[in-house]
Design a protein around this ligand. Structure first.
Ligand SMILES: C[S@@+](CC[C@H](N)C(=O)[O-])C[C@H]1O[C@@H](n2cnc3c(N)ncnc32)[C@H](O)[C@@H]1O
Length: 143
């Protein structure tokens, strides 16, 4: 469902949808598991990334998945909740959580995530962070 933020940000949705090949690469590069955990950092109302996450969960069909959507407490959490529940209703093995805090804090247990998406959140940084690349994984030290 696209409302409010998502409706006004269809360009971002298009970029996110087009990142599917990167997501497939990332998914294919991690060892096969029974259980996956995913995170959408700075998800806003979740509408722009819903289709991409739907494709990810489809690809992981039959696996147990917990998906966390993160944004600041001031975000549109009711709409995020609605969008997440809509996704959840399509995948039997999916559970969803909202993590309402800054992604510069711990937003998941250490080393617990398999796939993360941070789309259009870079311009919120006060300065360019030091980024380290490990294959498909990129880590940044927050300023
Ligand atoms: C331009 S929106 C992008 C939303 C979505 N990821 C997309 O690409 O369509 C940026 C989002 O990042 C969130 N954000 C900014 N700083 C954040 C932080 N430190 N922790 C979590 N979310 C943050 C904002 O609240 C906003 O919802």
């Amino acid at each position: 469902m696209l409302k409010n933020y998502s409706l006004e940000t269809l360009g971002a949705k298009s970029c996110i949808d087009n990142s599917w090949p990167l997501m497939v690469n990332a998914l294919d590069s991690i060892p096969k598991k029974k259980f996956y955990s995913t995170m959408d950092y700075g998800a806003a109302d979740g509408g722009t990334s819903m289709e991409l996450w739907g494709r990810v969960f489809q690809k992981l069909e039959g696996k147990s998945i917990y998906h966390i959507a993160n944004d600041l407490p001031s975000g549109d959490l009711p709409m995020l909740s609605e969008n997440l529940n809509q996704l959840r209703s399509k995948f039997e093995n999916l559970v969803v959580f909202i993590q309402p805090s800054s992604f510069y804090m711990h937003v998941a247990p250490q080393a617990s995530l398999n796939i993360g998406l941070a789309a259009t959140t870079m311009h919120w940084l006060s300065k360019i962070p030091e980024v380290q690349h490990f294959g498909q994984f990129h880590t940044a030290i927050a300023p």
